[in-house]
Write a protein that binds this ligand. Structure first.
Ligand code: SF4
Length: 758
C-alpha cells in the first residue's frame, strides 16, 4: 500500500477553480468549441502581438493554506504590470455563459494571487481577454486587484479544497488498506476461478494487457473484480474501470460488487459508481441540457457541492437508482451528477464507449488528471464491432437539404454551397452509381464537399452563438461536424462510400475497418487492462484489430466442465451455403425432430437469417406438428424478448428458433433443464457484400489474414457463443449439433473450444 497521508497536497489552479469556483447553470448546447490547434495558434498570435518583452506562458506556484498550488497564466507584461488570460470563443460575447466567465475570472485571480506573492507585488492588473476566432476581435475585461484581496480569495478556495483533498487522501489510504485485506466473495473458488483470478492479478500488478479466455461458468465477474481490486491497492493505481458492452453486463457487475461487499466483515472504503447513457438517466428527455430549458441544469453548479458531499458521505454503491434519488434530493441532473462523481469514484462500472469513443469521458479524465487506471473489459469479443461503430459516420444529403428549408437567410448561402458540392460529387460518380444498386468506394473523402462543410459548420456555429437553437439546424451541425471530425482522420483504417438509395437521398459514409488505430492510444493510457470473454481466440485477431500492445499476455482458463457433460456432433453431411439452403431444410429438420423425439426437452436452433429461420420452422412443423415451437421475430420489443426467454422453463419442452448473432445468441442464461441442446445451422460467416470484401482486402494487406479476420473468426465466434448457451453449471448436460459440411474442415475444427469432446 503506497498511498500515504504524508504526501504533500498539490493542486493545479484549473482543478482548484473547477472544484470551488464553478457556479450557475450547466450548459451543454452543442457548439463546436475551437479546436486545440485553433486555441494554441490563437494564444501564440495574441502573445506575439504583445511584443518581444512579453512573457508567454508564465508559470506561477506557491503554498497556500497547506496546499502546493501551481499553474500557468497565458502571459505577463512586466512593464505594464499586467497578467493576461486568453480564451477563444465564437460570436456575441454577451452570450457567453456567465458561470463559465466567472470561472475564467477566478482562474485569473488565482494566477494573480500567486504571481503577486512570488514577486512581492502590492497589486496587479488582470486582463481576461476573449478572442473571437471568427471576427478576430479581442474583448478584454481588465481590473486592478490588490495582492491581499487576491491572496484571501485564494486562501478561501484552498481551504475548502484542502478539507476535501485531506479527506480524499485519508480515504485513499483507508481504501488501499481495506482492499489489500479484501476477502473473496465465497468460501471457495469455483473450478478454474482461482487460475482466472491469479492471471488477472498478475497482469494488473505487472501493468500489462491480458487477453483472458474463460469459459462460461468460471465465475468471471467476481473472479476478475476481486483480484483487480486487490491489484488496485497493491499497485497504487487511482481507479478501476469495469467496462461492459451491454446494460445487463453492468447489472451483473453491480451484483458482483454487492456479493464482494457482503462477504467483508466490515464494509471497505470503496466508492463504486455506475455510469449510464443519457437516455437511461435523463429526467427530461424532451428538454435540452442548458439552464434555459431544463430545471435540473439551472443552477446545477450551485447545488453540485452539496450533492457531491452527500454522495461521498453516503458510502453507498452509486448505481442508477441511488444516483437518481440523490439527484432528486438536490435538484440536479442525475446524468451530469454521475459524470461529476466520476472524478471521485474508485470503481467505475460503465459501457465501453465511456473509455473508447471519440468523446469518451473516462479517457478525458485520465488524460486531464494523469490517472493510473486499471481496466477490466467484459465480453471483450464484442469490442471490435462496437469500436468500428464508434468511428464510423454518415452524412445524408436529405438532412442538409431539409436544414436549408429551416435556415435564416444568412445560412442559405453555405447550405446551398453544400448542396452544390453534393451535386458535383454525384455528377462525377453518376455513371458508377447508376451501374450498381450498392455503394461505391471512394479513395478519399471528397475535398470539394469537405471544404463546403467546413464553411457551413463555421456559419452554423456563428449562428448558434447569437440565435437560440433550432433542432433541424442543430442536427445538421451535429451531423456535419461529426463527419468532418472523422474525415480529418481518414486513413487506411477506414473506407469512404457513396450510395444513393433513392434520388435526392445520397449518403456519404466513413466506415471504420480497423479500430486499432484509434484504440491503441487508449489502451496505451491504461496502466493495466484485462479483456475477458468466453471467446477470444485466436488472440492475434483481437490484439491486431484492437491495437493492443505487442507484449499483451494471453491466458486460457481450463473449462470447469468436463467433456462428459457435452455431446458435440459435427454434422458435415449437410451444406447450409446459400445455394444449398433449400436442400438442407428437410435433412436438418429431420435431425432436430429426431433429437426431440428421443429426448423431449428445450432446444434452440440458430440459423443465418430470418428467411432461413421461417423456412426451417415451417418444414419442422409440417414434419412434426406435435413439437411445440417458438420463433424469434425481427425487431422484438423488450417485453416480447423476455417472454421468449421465459418460455424456456424447467417443465417445458419446445424448440426455439433464433438468428445467430441476434439477441438470443449470447448473453442469455438458461441453466439446467431450461436448455438441453443447441443446433447451429451456419458457420456464422458475415454476408458476402462489397464492403466486407474491401474489409477482407484491407485486413489481408495489413495483417496477411483477410479471409480469417473478415469472415471466419467473427463467424465462429458467434457459433461458439451460441453453443455456449447449453452448459451453464457443473450439473448441466446437453448436446451441441453443428450442421454444415465446413465444420468438418480441420481449420474450422481447430477453432472450436479445446474442452469440447471431438
Ligand atoms: S435532466 Fe436531461 S435534459 Fe436535463 S440536464 Fe439532465 S440530461 Fe439534460
Amino acid at each position: 500500500v503506497k498511498a500515504s497521508t504524508n504526501t504533500p497536497l498539490r493542486v493545479a489552479v484549473r482543478a482548484l477553480c473547477n472544484f470551488g469556483a464553478r457556479t450557475g447553470d450547466l450548459d451543454h448546447r452543442y457548439t463546436p468549441a475551437p479546436t486545440a490547434l485553433e486555441g494554441m495558434e490563437t494564444h501564440q498570435y495574441l502573445a506575439r502581438a504583445r511584443g518581444p518583452a512579453y512573457e508567454a506562458e508564465r508559470s506561477v506556484a506557491g503554498y497556500c493554506a497547506g496546499l502546493q498550488v501551481h499553474g500557468r497564466a497565458d502571459g505577463y507584461d512586466a512593464a505594464a504590470g499586467r497578467l493576461d488570460e486568453f480564451k477563444t470563443h465564437r460570436g456575441d460575447i454577451a452570450r457567453l455563459n456567465p458561470g463559465l466567465q466567472a470561472l475564467h475570472r477566478a482562474q485569473l485571480r488565482c494566477y494573480g494571487a500567486l504571481l503577486c506573492h512570488q514577486l512581492e507585488l502590492p497589486a496587479i492588473t488582470l486582463a481576461l481577454v476573449y478572442f473571437d476566432i471568427h471576427s478576430e476581435r479581442e474583448t478584454a475585461f481588465s481590473e486592478t486587484a490588490d495582492a491581499l484581496t487576491l491572496w484571501r480569495e485564494l486562501e478561501n478556495l484552498c481551504s475548502r479544497y484542502r478539507d476535501w483533498a485531506l479527506q480524499e487522501q485519508q480515504h485513499r489510504v483507508k481504501r488501499d488498506i481495506d482492499l489489500a485485506a479484501l476477502q473473496f466473495a465465497f468460501p471457495e473458488f469455483r473450478a478454474g476461478q482461482r487460475d482466472l483470478s491469479a492471471s488477472v492479478y498478475r497482469a494488473l500488478t505487472r501493468r500489462q494487457a491480458l487477453l483472458l479466455e474463460a469459459p462460461t461458468g468460471s465465475g468471471k465477474t467476481v473472479g476478475t473484480l476481486f483480484p483487480a481490486l486487490l491489484a488496485l491497492a497493491r499497485s497504487a493505481s487511482d481507479r478501476l474501470l469495469y467496462l461492459t458492452v451491454r446494460n445487463t453486463g453492468r447489472v451483473l457487475a453491480l451484483d458482483g460488487v454487492a456479493r464482494l461487499l457482503a462477504a467483508q466483515p466490515n464494509p471497505p472504503a470503496l466508492r463504486v459508481l455506475e455510469l449510464s447513457a443519457r437516455e437511461q438517466s435523463c429526467e427530461h428527455p424532451d428538454l435540452a441540457c442548458h439552464g434555459e430549458s431544463c430545471p435540473l441544469a439551472r443552477g446545477f453548479y450551485d447545488r453540485l457541492p452539496a450533492a457531491r458531499h452527500a454522495a461521498i458521505a453516503s458510502g453507498a454503491v452509486l448505481d442508477q437508482q441511488q444516483l437518481r434519488t440523490l439527484a432528486q434530493r438536490h435538484s440536479v441532473c442525475p446524468y451530469y451528477l454521475a459524470q461529476e462523481l466520476a472524478h471521485w469514484a474508485d470503481l467505475i462500472i460503465a459501457d465501453v464507449n465511456h473509455l473508447f469513443d471519440q468523446h469518451a469521458l473516462l479517457h478525458a479524465l485520465m488524460h486531464q488528471h494523469d490517472w493510473q487506471v486499471l481496466t477490466l473489459i467484459d465480453e471483450a469479443h464484442n469490442l471490435i464491432e462496437r469500436a468500428r461503430g464508434m468511428y464510423s459516420v454518415s452524412l445524408t444529403q436529405r438532412r442538409l437539404r431539409s436544414a436549408r428549408k429551416h435556415a435564416p437567410p444568412a445560412l442559405k448561402r453555405p447550405l446551398t454551397a453544400v448542396q452544390r458540392a453534393w451535386q458535383r460529387l454525384l455528377k462525377t460518380h453518376l455513371h458508377a452509381l447508376d451501374a450498381t444498386a450498392q455503394e461505391i468506394f471512394l479513395d478519399q473523402v471528397p475535398t470539394d464537399l469537405h471544404g463546403a462543410l467546413q464553411r457551413l459548420i463555421s456559419a452554423l456555429t456563428d449562428h448558434f452563438s447569437t440565435e437560440p437553437g433550432n433542432a433541424v439546424l442543430q442536427d445538421a451541425l451535429f451531423e456535419a461536424a461529426g463527419f468532418l471530425r472523422l474525415a480529418e482522420r481518414f486513413d487506411t483504417h477506414s473506407v469512404c462510400t457513396l450510395s444513393r438509395p433513392r434520388r435526392g437521398e445520397a449518403v456519404l459514409a466513413i466506415h471504420n475497418l480497423i479500430p486499432a488505430d484509434y484504440l491503441s492510444p487508449r489502451f496505451g493510457a491504461c496502466a493495466g487492462t484485462v479483456l475477458f470473454s468466453a471467446t477470444l481466440s485466436p488472440a492475434d485477431y483481437h490484439r491486431d484489430l484492437l491495437g493492443l500492445p505487442s507484449d499483451t499476455a494471453r491466458h486460457s482458463v481450463a473449462s470447469p466442465f468436463s467433456a462428459g457433460q457435452l455431446d458435440v456432433r459435427l454434422v458435415d453431411t449437410i451444406s447450409t451455403r446459400w445455394s444449398d439452403r433449400a436442400q438442407s431444410l428437410l435433412p436438418a429438420a429431420r435431425r432436430i425432430a429426431a433429437q426431440f423425439r428421443r429426448e423431449p426437452a428445450n432446444y434452440l436452433v440458430y440459423t443465418s437469417s430470418f428467411a432461413y429461420l421461417d423456412d426451417l420452422q415451417a418444414v419442422l412443423q409440417s414434419l412434426a406438428p406435435e413439437i411445440p415451437v417458438i420463433g424469434q421475430q425481427p425487431g422484438m420489443s423488450a417485453a416480447a424478448r423476455q417472454q421468449f426467454i421465459e418460455g424456456f422453463t424447467t417443465a417445458s419442452a419446445q424448440i426455439g428458433f433464433a438468428v445467430l448473432g441476434g439477441v438470443f445468441a449470447e448473453g442469455i442464461d438458461l441453466p439446467g433443464r431450461r436448455l438441453m441442446g443447441v443446433f447451429v445451422l451456419t458457420l456464422g460467416l458475415p454476408p458476402h457484400d462489397a464492403l466486407r470484401e474491401v474489409l477482407r482486402q484491407r485486413l489481408q494487406q495489413r495483417f496477411g489474414a483477410g479471409y480469417e479476420y473478415a469472415y471466419l473468426y467473427p463467424g465462429l465466434q458467434k457459433v461458439i457463443q451460441a453453443a455456449g448457451r447449453v452448459i451453464r453449471t457443473p450439473e448441466d448436460t446437453g448436446i451441441i449439433e453443428l450442421i454444415d459440411d465446413r465444420f468438418g474442415h480441420p481449420q474450422v475444427r481447430r477453432l472450436l473450444p479445446a474442452w469440447w469432446p471431438r
